[in-house]
Structures are given as C-alpha cells and as structure tokens.
Design a protein around this ligand. Sequence first.
Ligand code: ZN
Length: 290
Amino acid sequence: MIQGHEFSGEIQAVGEDVQAYTIGERVTLHPVISCGHCFYCLRGHVNMCLNRKTIGYDENGGFAEYVLIPRSMVESGSLVDIPDAISYDEAALTEPLGCTVNSIETCRLNVGASLLIVGAGPMGLMNLLVGRVAGAGKIIISEPNEKRLRLAEKLGADVLINPKEEDLVLRVKEETEGLGAEAAIVTIGIPHVIAETLKAIRKLGVVNLFAGCPVGSHMKLDPNLVHYNEMLVTGSQNGTLTQFKRGLNLLENRVVDLSTLITHRFPLEKGEEAFKKRISLEGLKPLLLP
Ligand SMILES: [Zn+2]
C-alpha cells in the first residue's frame, strides 16, 4: 500500500475513453473516491459517502513517481487543473487547505468575530489563515510548542497562548470581554483538550472538532455546558470537492500563501527522513519530490 493523499503532478497517460483530461495537464486531486449515488453523495457531501474510499488509504497514493487514478475519480472530476500561478509544491497542499475551508464554514463565523484555534501545527496554521480570510476579527491560538507559536504570530495570530504557562480558559476570557471566544477549532485529537476548549467558548458559541482522536477515546463533559449555553458542537473531516476548489481559488489569487508551511523538501528515496522531520515536530509540511 503506497500512502499519500496530498499531491500534485502532471498527467502522463490517459485511458482510451478519457475525454476530460489530456497528457501534460498539471493537476492536483481531491482524494475522496465516492460512489456518487448514496444519500450523502447526492447532496454533494462526497466526504461522507457511505461507500467512500480514499487515495493513499484504500488505493495507492502519491508517495510515488506514478499514480493510477481510479476510473470513478476521473468520472467525478476529482482531478482538478492547477492554475498557472500555483506551483506543484503549493498545489499539493490544496487538500488540507480544503479541509480548513470545511472547518471554517462549519464555524459560521460572523465578520469580526473572535476565533480560538487550538494547536499551531500545519492544520492549526491553515485554519488561522483561512479564518482570517473568512473575517475573524481576533484570532487566539493556543500551542505548547514555542517555535510554532511564534510562527502563528508571523502568520497573523492576534493572541498567543502557551497552555503550559497559562490557563487557557482564563486567558481566552480575558481577551474576549469575559465571555469566551465566539468560535473554536480544535486541531489536536486529545479529549481533555476538547473539553477544556468547550469552557473557553461563550454562550451560543460554536466548536469544531477538526482532529480525530485515537479510536476508543472518551471525553468527560458536563452536558449542561452545551444545553444551557446553547452551544453548537460540530465536526469536520476532509471536505467536499467544492471546498477543495475553493481552497485552490484562495491559492490562485494569493488570498492565502502556504509557502511558509513547506519547511522541507526531500527526494522520494529519503521519505523516511521526511517522516522523521514531521514526527519530531521540526517540520510542518515536508514535501516528497519523486
Ligand atoms: Zn456515496
């Protein structure tokens, strides 16, 4: 099984019946393989497809010189042209960017609203960039790794919190007239962090659980927190093809610049080193260049 669901490349060959694509086209792909006919597909929520498969998980993915794209993806238009203004490197990040378009949309941000982002890894930082574009007036980011926190500052975060040094809930309330943030996105899959975040949200607030937790996780939560405060607790995973294309629009028109997140580049044969960089938290998005 070859992994890799975030990638871009040039079409080297097409099947006999393929009409929508030609050799030499620069493309990136929305990696969801959906059935096109289930309840969710019919509503455009292909990421919720009941028969869903994903490139890089269920079918061979992008950590390779050549990738065979399944027929259904060709038919569904999941391969998307890369506009000339975007490099292959940046285009490879369209998929995670589309995921943040999804999470930001679920937050239903009002223009000028306060947004708390928990975690300043690559996904926290992308949520920061897209949250800003979506109109967040004050972005508060929480991250225990000081280096990543500084990067969040460079990318435009308004308030930086290191939860190892100060109380997350108290500080967020201080920064939001004692009310708590209007929306929050949790990009770390740790149940007690999610529970803590719920306390940092104001009444009528929205929380998006962006990161998955380990299988079998449980969370201790006072249900009255949600009930009496009329909170909206949402999740998001991956995104629709439309959200993927919106991500590409953000890149094409330089509304969002992801170049800072590409911290390393490795040839394919040094893939192991790329993973080590990522695991050590030294790298954000190391690229593999086959
Ligand atoms: Zn389906």
